[in-house]
Design a protein around this ligand. Structure first.
Ligand code: WTA
Length: 645
């Protein structure tokens, strides 16, 4: 029986929004017993142009989810105008910390509002209207959140594509949602890379995206790039002449706010669609309660805005709460392994939210980069994206937090819009590796394979959620059937997460990882089928199967089993071709760590690849491969084990 190892001090809890376990339990019970009145109270904190007339509609059979029906509001007005009107215009909204330590910039709420209004007018001038899709393909530059908020202001739907994706991956995402405008930058800087070819990639993509009418280019580095005069324009030129007033568009609570592509178990990424009212209410409320955000906090989430964590917890949640949000263009090890801690010291960060993979990489470098910096401003730490193991949890708690900061291990997904399972820092006694208990309004259940709820404690199962919450995704863009099929068909009446979990003897949840063909590599969510597709495009490859294996830093590494075409040698030349093909098809963040050539893959008689066996081989667990009698040719396994890399 694991006992909690950390309980917040009395002083810490006293000022917290939720300050004891009994208080958590009380509010949780209310949120569960009367969700309508609970969420009415929370949503009322936002500024609505027209109040909703029904709190929620929840039909998991048809995947029909609605929150705050017929309410009208504008997300950018709630994130900016509201605070300025309340006298907070002079408060810092965004601190941008550049990749190179001498570069930073900050925006007050008034300044950010002006930039957003100008950008909104630029978008309108280009012909962007309510409902149009706008794609952003950028690194972590301030123009990214500005353009997201500008879209929200005029009712355009943004689709941010993570800046490491390749031209082909960008093209496919643009085409899937038929974006009209692409916003990008000349080149990007990240760590020692001082010239990431963003515009070159964008040009390549846009050559095959008939829907794109215009490309807006932010000058980040000043590197010479080609502009196509009838299609491209410079961000700064348009902004210079744009009017600084643009009234926010009244949006329906269920109007789309954004699309964000994520990986599933097929090769085609899913365009996760989030809408306006519920998403904003949920992002803001979770940000306030889980990070225990107070007025004078300086909050820093190290995620990239190209992923959901950046959307909800760099941009929308913090800004809706009138917080100071730090955004960071760089990487933890540039110019050295103390960079995170330099930034914490420089901006006196109080709330710090990062990923276990970063902690593992930093922990490996020893304590000196941490202990040589002044981290006394920190009062809370958070993690997200993958399970955190005990060694890095203890290091985070004791070396970074000096034993004084609660750690919120937050479990959630692109699909959930915000955090669902998490400690509340002033209330929850912590156990390393456990995301602890459900947030208000969330009812997690563990299911058996055949769809029965597993009751009681000290049990494991498949993690599903019983009722809707405001931040839940509403559909997969352009493919509602896939939405129903992916999330609601495995366990009718429940939202299925794709994760497995354990509930310990005290009811603490431990997320054990994906149970589908999705990998989690350095906190990036990657579909094995996508990687296989990229490998398959390399000349000389007949077939490939990709599985994960435990990796010290990345959490999971990518192990590819590849069958070359007859007459082609499985040698280093082919391996390099494969790596390049994956980089071109998806991006460098999904390059296989290991490639094993094999004349054949283990298949059943009906031709299905037995991934279970491949997973065991990749993990090095070759003594007990389980039942291999159903294989068409069991001898394949022996050579796979022998040739393991
Ligand atoms: C995993 C990221 C364990 C999980 C916000 C989930 C986690 C997937 C945790 C979603 C955590 C996220 N502990 N596992 N605290 N947080 N995961 O969509 O497998 O990029 O299903 O969203 O990350 O990844 P996504």
């Amino acid at each position: 029986m694991t006992k909690p190892v950390f309980t917040p001090s009395r002083e810490w809890s006293e000022d917290a929004h939720v300050n004891s376990l009994p208080q958590y339990k009380l509010i949780y019970r209310k949120s569960k017993d009367s969700p309508e009145s609970f969420w009415t109270g929370i949503a009322g904190r936002m500024e609505w142009i027209k109040k909703w007339d029904e709190v929620k509609e929840e039909d998991f059979v048809n995947g029909k989810i609605r929150w705050f029906k017929n309410g009208k509001l504008n997300v950018s007005a709630n994130c900016l105008d509201r605070h300025v009107a309340e006298g907070n215009g002079g408060k810092t909204a965004l601190i941008w910390e550049g990749n190179n330590p001498e570069e930073d910039q900050s925006f007050t709420y008034s300044e950010l509002l002006t930039e957003v209004q100008k950008c909104a007018n630029v978008l309108k001038g280009i012909g962007i209207q309510k409902g149009d899709r706008v794609c952003m393909y950028m690194q972590m530059v301030p123009q990214l959140p500005i353009s997201m908020l500008a879209c929200a202001r005029i009712g355009a739907v943004h689709s941010v594509v993570f800046g490491a994706f390749s031209a082909d991956a960008l093209r496919d995402r643009i085409n899937d949602s038929e974006c009209k405008l692409l916003i990008t930058q000349d080149t990007g800087v990240r760590g020692t890379k001082q010239n990431i070819p963003m515009k070159i990639n964008a040009d390549k993509a846009v050559a095959e995206t008939p829907s794109i009418e215009h490309v807006l280019v932010v000058k980040r580095t000043g590197e010479t790039i080609k502009m196509q005069s009838d299609r491209d324009s410079w961000w700064h030129e348009k902004m210079d002449t744009a009017d600084a007033v643009c009234a926010p568009e009244p949006m329906d609570s269920e109007d789309p706010l954004f699309i964000l592509y994520t990986s599933g178990s097929t090769g085609k990424p899913k365009g996760v669609l989030h809408t306006t009212g519920g998403y904003l209410v949920y992002a803001a409320y979770t940000h306030q309660i889980i990070f225990d955000y107070h007025e004078d906090d300086i909050y820093w989430c190290t995620a990239d805005i190209g992923w959901i964590t950046g959307h909800s917890y760099i941009v929308y949640g913090p800004l809706a709460n009138c917080a100071v949000s730090v955004m960071f263009e760089g990487v933890p090890n540039y110019p050295d392994f103390g960079r995170f801690w330099d930034v914490v010291d420089k901006h006196k960060v109080t709330l710090f939210y990062t990923a276990p993979t970063a902690l593992r990489a930093l922990m490996k470098e020893g304590n000196e980069p941490v202990t040589s910096r002044d981290l006394s401003s920190l009062r809370l730490l958070g993690t997200v994206g993958e399970p955190i193991k005990e060694p890095e949890w203890n290091w985070y708690c004791n070396i970074v937090g000096k034993g004084n900061c609660p750690i919120v291990d937050t479990w959630w997904q692109t699909e959930t819009g915000g955090i669902l399972i998490t400690p509340l820092p002033g209330a929850t006694p912590l156990k390393p590796g456990s995301a602890t208990f459900p947030f208000f309004g969330i009812e997690p259940v563990l299911m058996t394979e055949d769809g029965h709820e597993i009751e009681g404690n000290d049990v494991s199962g498949l993690l599903a959620i019983k009722h809707s919450w405001p931040g839940q995704m509403r559909t997969i863009y352009g493919d509602h059937d896939r939405f129903i099929e992916t999330y609601f068909s495995q366990f009718p009446g429940y939202y299925f997460t794709g994760d497995g979990a354990r509930r310990d003897d005290e009811g603490y949840y431990y997320i054990t990882g994906r149970v589908d063909d999705v990998l989690n590599v350095s906190g990036h969510r990657i579909g094995t089928a996508e990687v296989e597709g990229g490998i398959g495009k390399a000349d000389g490859v007949a077939e490939a199967a990709v599985v994960g294996f435990p990796h010290d830093i990345k959490g999971q590494g990518i192990y590819a089993f590849v069958t070359p075409m007859t007459g082609v040698d499985g040698n280093e030349t082919l391996a390099e071709k494969i790596r390049q093909s994956v980089i071109a098809d998806i991006g460098p963040h999904v390059k296989p760590d290991k490639i094993q050539f094999t004349p054949a893959l283990p298949k059943t008689r009906s031709g299905k690849i037995m991934r279970r066996i491949l997973r065991k081989i990749a993990e090095g667990d070759v003594d007990d491969l389980g039942d291999i009698s159903t294989l068409a040719d069991p001898s394949v396994v022996e050579s796979l084990v022998k040739e393991r890399v």
